[in-house]
Design a protein around this ligand. Structure first.
Ligand code: FES
Length: 151
């Protein structure tokens, strides 16, 4: 039975190669299925927010005289202020470190609660650590809707 042994060894060898392929294949599938969500997490898909020129954001009654309200507009948060019936709109994102500013009607200015940045109604800097004015937008009332548009 000596030659048979040699034959068996040959079969065994081939089988091992086959097993390696299977193990390797399973390993690859596991690796891909594990890494896929990780890679997806690290590289998120492009956000689906449409970049529009203008947008109806709400009802005129939401921003009465002397009041303000922040609306999402494209990628930005925009604060709409009503001063005597006229609307002004600027980015509410403080140019210092990105906190949202408040409109303080009594002082006629925006105030950032994080580090005290102050801005004029139209976004220009009054004082504080911020490097840039607030980005300007336009806002108007049409019917009973507030519409924000790019400046
Ligand atoms: Fe507004 Fe610092 S984030 S003052």
């Amino acid at each position: 039975g000596k030659p048979r042994e040699g034959g068996l060894k040959g079969v065994d060898f081939e089988r091992r190669g086959f097993l390696h392929k299977i193990v390797g294949g399973v390993g690859a599938v596991v690796a891909v299925s594990t890494l896929y969500p990780v890679v997806k997490y690290i590289i998120p898909p492009a956000r689906k927010i449409k970049n529009v020129d203008e947008l109806t954001v709400g009802k005129a009654s939401e921003v009465p005289d002397g009041k303000s309200k922040i609306f999402q507009f494209n990628e930005d948060k925009v604060i709409v202020v009503n001063k005597g019936g006229a609307l002004t709109a600027v980015s509410a994102v403080c140019t210092h470190l990105g906190c949202l500013v408040n409109w303080v009607d009594a002082d006629n200015q925006y105030f950032c609660p994080c580090h005290g940045a102050k801005y004029k109604l139209t976004g220009e800097i009054i004082s504080g650590p911020q490097p840039l004015p607030l980005k300007q937008y336009k806002a108007r009332i049409e019917g009973d809707s507030i519409i924000i548009s790019k400046a």
